[in-house]
Design a protein around this ligand. Structure first.
Ligand code: 13P
Ligand code: SF4
Length: 344
């Protein structure tokens, strides 16, 4: 990895152009010196990426050096699943958590899919097994079942369709009958029931699972404090937050939904009840706006970094190579493809 000081200088300035407005810690922003430090790595990753015809997909919750330094596509789980579905690359490097990389593999069984973070979990995906879904389905025969994309291939394989935070309400509304099984996010299940009621549907949601360890921490007092400290602030939240929090916010939506809301809004100050990575993306993309973020970091997403991305690209460890057994993959793919069909 030998680059001239001129190459590093040019790359550092490219990175600084993207990261100058992005927070590095609570009180500091990315500096040119920070960018000079990471430049040899981004140069090398981008070089090898071309050599191997690889594509890097980075979830917005990963760190800004990945998101802006090496990612070909950045976005939320739905956008990245769409990218994975249509890529022509031979290798997919998925900077995200395991269930996302697993989804990319299910959509591309013949491609090499690697995840720099290795088997990075997710408290939602890890809260539920295939047996749990089988038990629910036996208890409620004939009731359709949806799973959030934050679930294992085994859970997806047991459900009629999967959903993401961006299409969950519309797909839930489209499902037949007046009862619906939804796993594995108990808080999102409550939000679905409330949203469907608002839309005039009385569908009962039968829920099972857990919660997101980042979004379940927000409390109504966090919204009240944002409003008290920053009069006129617009508060946005992810639908993995508790309904009593969502109820107090100006907008509740997916990672992309929140980004679109900020892009279309004339407001200048936003409170964000979501993961730090989205805050950093909005800082980079809207330098004229201010973002107040109380707290919330996904330690699983932050397991991806430039070093393990480089290493996974060059010679992945077994735990970074995503494999899904064929029969399971085909069954899980049905539920993912159903989501694409229903979200048209
Ligand atoms: P998005 O669907 O908004 O990307 O959310 C994924 C996630 O893990 C949120 O915590
Ligand atoms: Fe899972 Fe929450 Fe992390 Fe998203 S933020 S990957 S839901 S633990």
């Amino acid at each position: 990895m030998l680059y001239s000081s001129e190459q590093i200088h040019v790359e550092a300035h490219r990175l600084y152009g993207l990261l100058a407005c992005v927070s590095k810690a609570r009180e500091s922003k990315w500096t040119l010196a920070d960018c000079e430090q990471i430049a040899p790595y981004t140069l090398e990753i981008n070089r090898i990426k071309k050599e191997k015809n690889a594509v890097i997909l980075a979830h917005s919750y990963t760190t800004p050096d990945l998101v802006y330094g090496v990612a070909d596509f950045r976005g939320d789980s739905f956008q990245l699943a769409q990218q994975a579905r249509q890529t022509q690359a031979d290798v997919i490097v998925f900077a995200g958590v395991w269930f996302m990389a697993e989804t990319a593999k299910i959509l591309n069984p013949s491609k090499k899919v690697v995840i720099p973070a290795g088997r990075a979990g997710c408290t939602l995906a890890d809260s539920m097994t295939a047996q749990d879904v089988q038990n629910l389905r036996a208890q409620y025969p004939g009731v359709p079942a949806l799973c959030y994309i934050n679930s294992s291939a085994e859970v997806k394989a047991q459900c009629d369709a999967c959903v993401t935070s961006g299409n969950v309400f519309d797909i839930a509304q489209k499902m037949p009958g007046n009862r619906l099984i939804f796993v594995p996010d108990l808080l999102m299940a409550q939000n679905i029931e409330i949203e469907l009621k608002r839309r005039g549907s009385t569908k009962e949601i039968i829920a099972c699972g857990g919660s997101c360890c980042v979004h379940d921490k927000y409390r109504p007092e966090d919204v009240e404090k944002l409003r008290a400290d920053h009069p006129g602030i617009i508060v946005l939240a992810h639908p993995e937050c508790a309904p009593e929090v969502c109820r107090l916010c100006d907008y509740v939506g997916s990672t992309k939904g929140m980004a679109d809301y900020v892009a279309c809004s004339s407001a200048k100050q936003f409170g964000l009840l979501t993961e730090l990575g989205l805050v950093n993306r909005l800082e980079a993309e809207h330098p004229d706006k201010t973002f107040i973020w109380p707290f919330g970091v996904c330690s699983y997403m932050k397991k991806n970094n430039l070093l393990n991305t480089l290493q996974a690209l060059v010679s992945p460890r077994p735990d970074q190579l995503v494999e899904v057994e064929e029969e399971l993959s085909l069954a899980a793919k049905k539920s993912i493809e159903k989501m694409f069909e229903l979200s048209k």
